[in-house]
Write a protein that binds this ligand. Structure first.
Ligand code: PMP
Length: 408
């Protein structure tokens, strides 16, 4: 099936695409790091700061009440977007990293004891490694790691061998930010549940590129960042099943998360407030609804279809270049293309592409263990989304050729 998206029309919604970088048209291929923002998100943010500033939850005045209504409306939009059962299962955090720290700390406090096992994979982002490591050190728990094969697939047979009744948590990336691999999460969840373990999906890279249904997947927790799906910075989501979130202790203390405070004892608020201490990022939450509505209007299925076509085109074009090694060639891939070029350091490539207005990412992509697995220190990464087009891919290819002429 061919995608039917009107890309020219979509591109007009993203003002930053008109910005010149080093006097060249911006070719933005760093979408896995963060996405550009559509006008509607920028306008909603501005409107809040120009007309609607008020704190939420605490006021009886009109602006505070209206702010609270819109703040909670976003929660329902997120609930619908990931198909959760209740809106109070949606917790606002600062980002994926914050969500994972909250989870490791609070879930760890409630459910992890000495000798318990936590399974991660070799392709995790540092933010899905370090919080669990800190927990393991604190509790005397054990970290186990699912290996990755040469194409960039998880070795599921090895995963099955790691699972046992001591496994309490499997925290896995849905789509790898370095390899682009889309992991078979439904199967992983079923296998983990069979031994009584809970599963957290790091959806930082999948949320903008495929439909996610947490009930259908039956995942226990899901985390992502608003800024990777055309929303503002500083906002993340932790989804958790109600009964698990209820059983977990608060992560931070402060205003809004309490029911009653005395110096002798404090009682805590109900979900979701129990996990939302302090004044939140109100404008960002309100504007995030605009981002999700925008994506829903276009349709994630159409988006996925288009991005897949673009990835296939980019992959076949880049393979024509001499000395290219693609890192991550799994069958199920999202719009991420990581590569190294013989004799050229990725940072040099990135710098020369930047001079041509082309933004890619170079480095270890916060996945150092994965880099080690592939025997490299760094890679170049182009990541695509629905406002990119074949012109961007062609610019990248020409840019690489120019860089090669300069460097070799
Ligand atoms: N996990 C994955 C797979 C990611 O790609 C990222 C961001 N690169 C993160 C976690 C962390 O997200 P954030 O920096 O928004 O907290």
């Amino acid at each position: 099936m061919k995608s039917r998206l009107d890309i020219k029309k979509i591109q007009k919604d993203f003002p930053q695409l008109d910005v010149l970088v080093n006097n060249k048209r911006l070719v933005y291929l760093d979408n896995a790091a963060t996405t550009l923002k559509p006008n509607i998100v920028i306008e909603t943010l501005t409107h809040y700061y120009q007309h609607q500033v008020a704190n939420v939850h605490r006021g009886v005045h009109s602006l505070s009440e209206e702010g609270t209504r819109r703040f909670e409306e976003t929660r329902q939009t997120i609930q619908n977007f990931i198909h959760a059962k209740f809106s109070h299962e949606i917790i606002y955090t600062k980002g994926t990293t914050d969500s994972l720290n909250l989870l490791a700390s609070s879930f760890g406090e409630a459910f992890i004891t000495k000798g318990d096992e936590i399974i991660l994979s070799q392709m995790e982002h540092h933010s899905n490694i370090v919080p669990w490591q800190i927990l393991c050190e604190k509790k005397g728990a054990i970290l186990k790691v699912i290996p990755v094969d040469d194409q960039g697939n998880l070795k599921l047979d090895e995963f099955k061998k790691l699972l046992n009744t001591k496994t309490k948590m499997v925290s896995i990336v849905h789509t790898s930010n370095t390899l682009g691999t889309v992991n078979p999460v439904k199967e992983i969840i079923q296998l983990a549940h069979a031994v009584g373990a809970k599963v957290c999906l790091d959806a930082a890279q999948s949320i903008a590129h495929q439909t996610i249904d947490v009930i259908e997947l039956d995942c226990d927790f899901l985390v992502f960042s608003a800024h990777k799906i055309y929303g503002p910075n500083g906002l993340g989501i932790l989804y958790g099943k109600e009964e698990l979130l209820n059983a977990m202790p608060p992560y931070q203390g402060g205003g809004a998360m309490i029911s009653e405070v005395t110096f002798e004892k404090t009682t805590y608020n109900i979900l979701p407030n129990k996990f939302e201490a302090g004044t939140p990022v109100i404008a960002e939450v309100i504007a995030f609804k605009a981002a999700l509505d925008y994506v829903s209007q276009i349709g994630l299925e159409e988006i996925a279809l288009y991005e897949h076509e673009l990835l296939e085109y980019a992959t076949s074009e880049i393979k024509k270049l001499k000395g290219i090694r693609i890192i991550g060639e799994a069958k199920e891939k999202s719009g991420v293309l990581s590569f190294v070029i013989e004799g050229i350091h990725p940072h040099d490539l990135g710098t020369l592409l930047d001079k041509q207005g082309i933004a890619i990412r170079t480095g270890h992509h916060c996945t150092q263990p994965l880099m080690k697995r592939f025997g490299i220190k760094a890679a170049a990464r182009a990541s695509f989304t629905f406002y990119n087009d074949k012109r961007d891919v062609d610019a990248l290819i020409t840019g690489i050729e120019k860089a090669r002429e300069f460097l070799l």
